[in-house]
Ligand binder design. Sequence first.
Ligand code: UDX
Length: 471
Amino acid sequence: MASNNDAPTRVLMVSFPAQGHINPLLRLGKHLAAKGLSVTFSTTESIGKDIRAATSANNALHWRIGAGSLTFEFFEDGLSDDDPMRKNLLDYTVQLERVGRKVISHMIKKHAESNGLFSCIINNPFVPWVCDVATELGIPCALLWIQSVAVFTAYYHYFNKSLPFPTETDLYLDVPLPNVVLKHDEIPDFLHPFSPFPFLGKLILEQFKNLSKPFCILVDSFEELEFDCVKYLSKHLLVRPVGPLVKDPTHGNGVIRGDMVKVDDCMGWLSSKAPSSVVYISFGSVVYLPQEQIDEIARGLLMSKVSFLWVLKPPRRNLGLEPHVLPEGFLKQTSEGGKVVQWSPQEEVLAHPSVACFLTHCGWNSSMEALTFGVPVITFPAWGDQVTNAKFLVDVFGVGVRLGHRQAENKVVTGHEVENCLLKAMVGDTAEVLKRNALKWKDAADTATAHGGSSYRNLDAFVADIKTRSM
Ligand code: UDX
């Protein structure tokens, strides 16, 4: 069934149900809606419940954005809230695929009855089967890769065996990417022979098995930031960097958020602090530090006497984790100098002039947000692409200092190390260099997303592609 030519072009987005996946895809949805497209954003009802409970827009599921629109449509994954399968990512993705193939196919056909087929379906990693559903129904599909172009390039080489990677017998092999050589412990560590999470590497590589289906790979990055890797990949695939997607095209339509935890009010507190005086601390939505590490970070903060805004998120339900506790009297000792929240409006925080630096686990969303708003970082990666992102943030982009190479269960970084890093990133010569570089990337991000910039043009080209293909 062809779509009606007068109706707005309609796009379906299907997101894996995790915060780090939802945020960039939802942001892309807002951009496409701002360009006049009608976007249906779909993920599981298990997460839909959290989003509705957490966002100030509460039960609003539909927004007009300029000439376009954005609508949430959640689907059941077939499991009860406390089903043990939710604790096991591998089992869960199998279940999601089993149910999702049918549900998404049904959703598409149901929409088609009144509005014709969607013109394009966009998914993010961990749900590669969405491309199969699209192809079976004759709908063009595209992938939004939610990590860096460099990390995509590493997976691409690994999948195609076009570069040697470390093996059990050759552990210390370097991997030369187009612009940088990654040491064995700087590659996305799901690809390492002794990765603690090898199944996550397998899950990501599933998307690479299906790379012939999406007509385009969109990336939340920009050409100027990852020029060499974009150039290399473009010889093989249609890669369109369209970021930083966090730059909101709806101009303050911040009610459309996909938070799974209710945002705490911290902006007033931040505004009461002097310019460039606060360290923002957050480790994304998944990484959950051991209690001993929390104690040492608290000690480091007290010793440094630096003001801080610290996100201590509640443990995800059903995972059996204990909530973190802060040392007794900790907040009193900081005497108004610190604030702890469960979840922050992170992009607003990073854009605030009081923030001097960001202690981060280096998830790609957090990394892009720091670069977008010109905030230097203290890197403390845990696993996966985070170790590679830390390498780039420190050694390639020049915006960070390292707090340890990576988090490790058996090695807690001490309060003294935290204190040293904080002072290095906030005062003195190193801090000045980091800030200068961070502002350079902020300017480059502004230019890429401004009218006529590389990401602006890539997004327009993508919209034109969708329209041409659906004719
Ligand atoms: C996951 C993986 O862990 C990461 O390695 C990969 O690059 C992306 O997917 P996550 O760990 O959640 O992501 O980190 P990140 O990519 O930084 O995404 C977290 C998102 O939550 C960011 O967009 C951030 O702005 C948002 N956030 C985080 C908030 O809005 N408020 C908070 O308090 C904390």
